[in-house]
Structure formats: C-alpha cells, structure tokens
Write a protein that binds this ligand. Sequence first.
Ligand code: FEO
Ligand code: CA
Ligand code: CA
Ligand code: CA
Length: 671
Amino acid sequence: MIEADRPVSVQAEEAEDGGANSSMNASLGDVVAQRLSRRDVMRGALAVSVAGAAVESVLRAVSPAAAAPALDGARPVFDFAELGVIEDETHHVADGYDADVLIRWGNPVVGDAPAFAPATQGPEAQAKQFGYNNDFIGFIPLGTAGDRGLLVVNHEYTNEELMFAGLLPRGRGMDAAGKDAVFEAITERHVAVEMMAHGGSVIEIARSGGKWAVVPDSKYARRITAETEMEISGPARGHALMRTSADPEGSRVRGMINNCAGGVTPWGTWLTCEENTNYYFWNKAALDRHPQRSGLVRYGIPSEWYQWGRFHERFDIGREPNEPHRFGWVVEIDPMDPDSVPVKRTAMGRFKHEGAGNIVNKDGRFVVYQGDDERFDYLYRFVTEGKVDAADRAKNRDLLDRGTLSVARFDADGTGHWLPLIHGQSGLVPALGFADQGEVLIQARLAADMLGATKMDRPEDVDVNPATGKVYAMLTNNTKRKSDVTDAANPRGPNVFGHIIEITPDDGDHAAGGFRWEILVKCGDPAIAPLGAAFNPATSRNGWFAMPDNCTFDAEGRLWVATDGNSAAKTGRADGIWGIDTQGEGRGTSTCFFQVPRGAEMCGPCFTPDMETMFLAVQHPGEVAEGAKGQKAASFEDPSTRWPDFQDGVPPRPSVVAVTRRGGGKIARGT
Ligand code: FEO
Ligand code: CA
Ligand code: CA
Ligand code: CA
C-alpha cells in the first residue's frame, strides 16, 4: 500500500478509497445519455467542459430555483472583508475578527490529566487529554444566558509520523524488501497512544469578557476512545455477523474509530460518525477465506493502514472475522450524562459515514442526511418511524432504532428519488445474500448497489438549511471518474475539485420519496475554462475554493463550507472557511473568511446560537510540506509548521479555534 515515490496524502486518499464500488448500477453516463447524445459526452480532452456545459443547459431548463428570494432581501449576505489568498505557517481570519485557540491536542480534558509531554506521550496521559485530529464540533448550550455550553468534538484519526519522535514520514523509509520502515517501527506503545487519541471529547466551556475558555474539572468532561464500552442497538444488534469471541451476543463493542463529521440532535445528543474504519483492520492474507469476503472488499477491509491488528487480535480479520461489522456506524452519545453508554445505531446503516445533518420533518419525524465518503459511493437518508418529543427528552432515547434508510438516485431531468433499503423488497432477499434487515444494514453498500443508487463524487458533509429546508451535499472530488462515466449530478470527469448539490424535498417533506436537485457550484478556478468550474461571477479571485468537505448553517440560514485538500500546489490557497450565498442574485457567490496553517485541513465549523462565535477545528497541521519542488512528507522532527505553539521540540497540534468579532456582535453581520 505504501509507495516511496508518492505523496503521503495521495496514498491516504487511496487507502480511503479502498472500497471501490464496482457495481453496475446507473450513473455510468446512463442518465446523461437520456438527455444528451453519447457524441456530446465523449470528445476527448474537451469532454469535461463540453459535457458540463451541456448538462448545465439541461439543468437550467428544468430548474426554477434560481429565482428564489434573497435571504434578507439585499446583498451582501456575508458582511466581512474577504481574506486574501494565503498559504503559510499560521492561521488567518478576516479583518476585524479574532481567532483564538481554545483547546489543543494534549490539553487536559478529564480532571487529573497530566501536562502534555510530547516527547514521552503515553496512553494513560492521552486517555485524559484532548485527542488528535479534531473534526466535527457540536455546541450544546447550558442554561439560557448563552455564556456556557458543552463542546462535543470528534477525534478522527492520528498522524503517528507527527505525533511521535523518531519515525520517518510514511512512505519515506522503504527497506530492500519493499516494507515501510515507519510501519515496521511502530510499537505497541505508539498504538496504545493512537487508540486513546481517537474517539471524542466532551468539554465544558464558558464565555467571559467575550472570550471562551475551557471550564476545568467540569462534571461533564469526558473522553471517549477506541476502548470505550458501547452498546449496539437497532436491527443489527445480536446479528450473527456482529458476534465475536469477546461479545458472543453481538450487543457490545469496544470503541469508536475514525469519527469524522457528525451532528447534534434537537434533544441534545451527539451523533458521531465512523468513517474510514477499513484503515484499522489487518491481515490481507485472511481475506480470501473470509466468509463475507465480498462485503469486506466493498468496504475496503482490511486496509492495514494502522498497526492495531499487530497488537490487538480483534483488529485481525483472520482472528475476529466479524469485528469489522461492528464499526462504520453512527454513534449516539448523551453528553449531559458522563456515565452514559454510547450507542451504535445500526438502523442508520453501516458505511463510511461522514456526517449527520438533520432536521425535524413537518410531521414530527426525525430525518438525518448522510454521506458515504468514497469515490462512486452514495448519499443516504434516514427517517425515523416515531416522532420527536420536544417536551420530554427521555422519550427520544431510542428514536433512532427504528426507521427507514434510503439511498439517493439523481435523475437527469433534475428530479431524484429516495430508494428504501428494506429487506424483502427490490432484490434484498435471502437468495441474493440478504438474510434479514440486519444484514441489509450491515452490508448497506451492497444493498444500495442492488437498488441502482447514483454513484456520487465522494459525498462528505450534508446539511439542511434551517431557513429554507433545502439540503446541501458537499461532493469533495473524484479523481477516478472518467469523462465517459459522468452523469447529470456528477458532471465532470475527472472531478478534481468537487461540487455542491442542492436538494429540494418534494412539498417540503423530508420524508417524501422524491426531490428536485441542482448544482449550486462546481469548484475550482473559474478562470481556467477547461476545469468547468462554476461560481457566481461576482466571486472574487480569492473567493473560489475547491474540495468542499464539512459544512454548517448558521441560525440565519447562511451556508459555511470547510475545505479539505487545497494547498499552494493544488489551488494556490490553504484550506479554510468560505461563506457562500445560496439564494437570490448572489447565489453561488463565495467569500473567504478563514484559512488554516500549512498542511492542515479545515473541520468544524459550528456556531453558537447567538451567531457571535464560530468554532473551527484545525486538523493535521504540518502534515505535508510543499515548496517549489512540490510535495514532501513531514515528520515530528520536520513538520511543515509548528502551529500553534511554534516551539522547538513541540510538534504541530490539532486544535479548536474560537472565532469572535472584535468588540462583539454576530459573525459576518453588520452591527
Ligand atoms: Fe473524514 Fe470524509 O472526511
Ligand atoms: Ca470530512
Ligand atoms: Ca455539518
Ligand atoms: Ca475529506
């Protein structure tokens, strides 16, 4: 898997892509071909822009949404001075704002956590400290004054080459036999620290004098790791495919891993989503004799990216063949009760979950939109059977255990359909490998393949605009899509820079079977015509972005997009936060608000309800250095930045940043 001559980030992307979708369902140009001739979409190098333009004209012909009213009747919707394009060793925020580091990797979370000592970091310390690679952030208010709350934060993964001294960058230490010396050099202690640096943190924060700080010794403070005991609930609980030697009943599992984006429910629980769980499984030699081989292959398991299987039998598929089925779920956690047992909600399906953007439907049912982040994978929706009880929090405790998981098909005429994954229907029957609903959910990707879902360009975060009910899906990119396998919803091949799709549920009903859709923006530099990028022409030279990933709406229904993959070499800019208009004449205009330090990816974002603070997660700062000679991998000894401490010997530290307006007031709103 590791190759010495390729950048580590590319290898990571390919490891992430380990579960390639080889199913034969539509999207291979079929839907485009319904509206366009093959000749139009297959013109060699120009096919990208030609097909894109043709599809655009189809979309314009069918889409009335561009005439929607402006959010507040006048531009600018985002009132701030745009940040200039920057890529350097530190973070930057628009003029007039402060961006203060709130908590960083290694800071205390649980009361008696020791001070951060990077040279000697051990698992006991890490289990009490803030974990690595913060991704999703949720804010849950405490009280009504607006000056206290809980932050729930995912710790997605670890960069051992940046965390530990003495390891070469991945891919830079191949021995004569072709083995990666870094991989071989990782010890049981390294793995133990990694496992404690995964999961999530609950911290209490309070605002004083306009600035937020972590409340020490909070009764809510909690670390969740790759060893925390969890319940398995829903239709796959107790399933034969969920049973292991440590858990013969298939009802309990230790830990959550690779928790990427997420969501917060209206009843104040945290939905945290397991994404690239294939990284953690081990023993490729055992794959061919595994009884669920096709399922494992579809999910890219085992990837052997991490070394956990060398020291922990449960991550070895030869020893615990069902352990992989126990990861890849949405986990619900009650942050108000630090003793509560996290619950893996299997009714929501198993795949590479990105986030859990949600809304209470007009009939009271709870709806969660979910991306499966892999090239050519799908967009899902979960609708509960029961209704949200707004008056009694406890009544929602098991709401997510019963409902309907569906997968999206995007048709070329601008409509789309949600296809339900229900056992006994649409080929999801025992004769075709689905014994029951539990198996449909455990093998959700295989089930969705049967239904003819549309293969998307890596669905990352999906969120609902609370002001309009429209849904926005970030499609980050798909470098493997060929120009002759584009479709209307994924019109560029290759799609190097990603796009954003807007979904309008039929009749404003998030449980409806149908929707209309259109593309909000196609990312990349609009000035380079062959890229086929499309933003509103009002977008400045600094304003466009690429690789949309996490996103959020503020209380006024403004869309904020975080990116993953911009850099000096790829787009001439760091990752960051862009505000993007979704309505009115400014629709599709984006503006840069924040940029991360070199090597980092932008995660979060999250607003306080008063819109006076935006919390951001700076993930893997210093990961990759880029210069005139191109990309080079970084290490503990030689990171591409030492943000945010900038001290010799202290590695870069993933951190949460609180952005506030100098002098107070709402973010990006005139006073
Ligand atoms: Fe963890 Fe799809 O980003
Ligand atoms: Ca992401
Ligand atoms: Ca989000
Ligand atoms: Ca990403």
